[in-house]
Ligand binder design. Sequence first.
Ligand SMILES: [Zn+2]
Length: 101
Amino acid sequence: MRHTELPWKVEFKDTNGHGGWEITHGDNRICTVYANIVFSPRKGHDLYRDKRNNESISNAHLIAAAPELLEALRPFAQYECGCGECHNCIAKAVILKAEAV
Ligand SMILES: [Zn+2]
């Protein structure tokens, strides 16, 4: 394992209107998926009503789940057959992609 150990958490952090969803392990920030800030004259900055922010939140949670997804794929990868198309071969290819140095 070369990545930061588990658990990874997602938290919204707002820093002077430049907020985003931070993926963290304890006190360490792994990365930030920045929010798309939408200004509404009636509501001010309205982060949560923008479709792109729904995607940003989903992306942040996907990143936070990545280490567990990687481990869930490992059993399938051991049965790769070399066809490049079955679930086992795809699992192997995705693991290689995730562990590229
Ligand atoms: Zn295959």
